[in-house]
Design a protein around this ligand. Structure first.
Ligand code: CAA
Length: 261
């Protein structure tokens, strides 16, 4: 694929690991890194063959330390708008991709890095991870989706406290708040992420994708429309080969073999 700032590998269970790979800058998303990420998601994402995507950071110290402050400091308004529009598009593509995603937060997840983790479906943090939105220390505020996605997860009060202070929280505090779903020892984070991904990958892929869509889209709707969407999506699952296989396997007391059809 020829990317300089991301790495991607896929195992035989359909689990892909996408690493942001710019460790000497704590994986901060400068233009080149963001563009590699965007190109991969838009052009090289192995849609058919991937059942779960894990997103993580290289180097063991950071998930992603945010947008690149050195580059931003040199940008004019037009350039910053282009940078931000691009990041929004990439994060939306990850959030809306039918493939479920897990952020393996293996260190600092700050600003645009925390926002990347929030665009993923599930977050697992190493006990060494620190998460937060330091943007107000820089004269901006979380503008790559953070002020909106974090508020939907934490509620207005806690989101405002985090954003207004710019303070980081520990992994344990993030777990208590519901900002991450699990905290694990640092040296086993990828093992835990792969195990969780493997478990999800073993389930009926179209059903998992339908559930993702029902939750993501439904949470933007009023309840009645969301319930209608849920019905529409479960009806689509009911017409799949995987539904036949799943129910047959249950009755035959064996593990199902899902094909994603
Ligand atoms: N942008 C550019 N470079 C960064 C960076 C960033 N966001 N974060 C870290 N780096 C670079 C540092 O400049 C340093 O480079 P040099 O070795 O060339 O000096 C290298 O990564 C290592 O960082 P530190 O020496 O600072 O490491 P540390 O362990 O002392 O501190 C840290 C770690 C607390 C994460 C600190 O690096 C830090 O505060 N980073 C900035 C975090 C931040 O403010 N992120 C938000 C960015 S704004 C944003 O994301 C806007 C938005 O909404 C999209």
């Amino acid at each position: 694929m020829g990317y300089e700032f991301i790495e991607f590998e896929k195992n035989d269970k359909g689990v892909g690991i996408l690493s942001i790979n710019r460790p000497n800058a704590l994986n901060a998303l400068n233009w080149d890194t963001l563009r590699d990420l965007g190109n991969f998601i838009e052009n090289d994402f192995p849609n058919e063959n991937l059942r779960v995507l894990i997103v993580t950071g290289s180097g063991g110290k950071a998930f992603v330390a945010g947008a690149d402050i050195a580059q931003m400091s040199e940008m004019n308004g037009t350039q910053f708008k282009e940078y931000t529009d691009y990041a929004h598009n990439v994060y939306n593509l990850i959030e809306n991709n039918p493939c479920p995603s897990i952020a393996a937060v293996n260190g600092y997840a700050l600003g645009g890095g925390c926002e990347l983790a929030l665009a993923c479906d599930i977050r697992i943090a190493s006990e060494k991870a620190k998460l937060g939105f330091p943007e107000v220390k820089l004269g901006i505020f979380p503008g790559w989706g953070g002020s909106q996605r974090i508020t939907r997860i934490l509620g207005n009060g806690k989101a405002k406290e985090l954003i207004y202070t710019g303070e980081m929280v520990s992994a344990e505090e993030a777990l208590r708040l519901g900002l991450v779903e699990r905290v694990v020892p640092h040296d086993v984070i990828m093992k835990e992420a792969k195990e969780l991904a493997g478990l999800i990958a073993s389930r009926a892929p179209l059903a998992v994708s339908a559930a993702k869509k029902a939750i993501n889209k439904g949470s933007e709707m009023d309840l009645q429309n969301a319930l209608n969407l849920e019905k529409e999506l479960i009806f689509s699952c009911f017409n799949t080969d995987d539904k036949v296989e799943g129910m047959k396997a249950f009755l035959e007391k064996r593990d199902p073999e899902f094909k994603g059809k």
